[in-house]
Design a protein around this ligand. Structure first.
Ligand code: CP
Length: 306
């Protein structure tokens, strides 16, 4: 990989995405064998800089870096000098002065990782920026699909829920479309951004139409922290009209995968039976998360090791 930063899948070429998935699949095989001591990032330092809460993304970036031998430091914005008024750019310059090789950033403002990338010499990896992109989440979703089906091209992927606020939906749309999958979306009109159809999504007029013949059905988290207005009447009505349940899954292909980026609101986006059922890949997605983040960190820094 020739680029300095990974800011989103909108920017990545199909070949770059395929390379990350290929290396990620190898990393996942090693993780399955419980191999957690690799030399790929020996002598490198990775800093996670999170201005928003996270369990999966932060832990898996930190474990990915540690499994490959990097020094890892976590900066929690709510316990750092950000609380004393330090700007993002000054925080970045400070980390740069400490010779951090990679900064993994999550920020509530779309575009914050791009701003940081312009002001630091460290590699910058976007771990989720506002409602813009969450590239490592989409890559781990794609890795999970690739592992199950042996391909991405030709898959029919139904994404249901809060598309407007979802950086996961947008990154998946860009990545899956570039590798030849069909991405269908269904959401309350109030949670469907205008223009998403022009970005390549097939907008469906019912849940059943979205799921019909699908290989993968992905529920999106209702982002209560980003809802500013009454976009739907209640969680109960959301579950009844936009949630994924066993009856809806009968429209999908037999054995279609159930996926969710997490954290999941049980009984709202997906029923508990589906979350815990045989076709659920929610836990497999989590292991894919470490593998794909190992691949991202390795491919970004490997030219310097060689
Ligand atoms: N899917 C995801 O980004 O989860 P976290 O917020 O726990 O990192």
């Amino acid at each position: 990989m020739k680029r300095k930063d990974i800011l989103g899948l909108y920017d990545l070429e199909a070949e770059e995405i395929a390379e990350i998935l290929s290396v990620g699949l190898n990393m996942k095989k090693l993780l399955r064998q419980n191999i957690k001591k690799l030399p790929h990032l020996a002598g490198k330092s990775v800093t996670t800089l999170f201005y928003e809460n996270s369990t999966r993304t932060r832990c898996s970036f930190e474990l990915a870096a540690k499994y490959m031998g990097a020094h890892v430091v976590a900066v929690e914005a709510d316990r750092s000098s950000v609380q004393k008024g330090e700007t993002l750019v000054d925080t970045g310059k400070t980390l740069d002065a400490m010779k951090c090789d990679v900064i993994v950033i999550r920020h509530p403002a779309g575009g914050a990782p791009k701003l940081l990338s312009k002001t630091v010499s460290a590699h910058v990896v976007n771990a989720g920026d506002g409602m813009n992109e969450h590239p490592s989440q989409a890559l781990l979703d794609m890795l999970t699909m690739q592992e199950n089906f042996g391909r991405i091209a030709g898959l029919k992927v139904a994404i249901l829920g809060d598309v407007s606020h979802s950086r996961v939906a947008k990154s998946n749309l860009y990545g899956l479309s570039k590798l030849g999958a069909e991405v269908r979306m269904y959401a309350p009109r109030t949670l469907l951004p205008s223009g998403i159809g022009r970005m390549g999504a097939k907008i469906c007029s019912s849940r059943e139409e979205a799921v019909d013949g699908a290989d993968v059905v992905m529920g999106l988290r209702i982002q209560l922290e980003r809802q500013h207005a009454g976009n739907f009447p209640s969680l109960g009505e959301y579950a009844a009209y936009y949630g994924v349940n066993e009856g809806l899954m009968r429209y999908a292909k037999a054995g279609a995968l159930v996926m969710h980026p997490g954290p999941v609101n049980r009984g709202v986006e997906l029923t508990s039976a589906l979350i815990d059922g045989d076709t659920s890949r929610i836990e497999a997605q989590v292991l894919s998360g470490i593998a794909v983040r190992m691949a991202m960190l390795f491919l970004l820094t490997k030219e310097e090791i060689a």
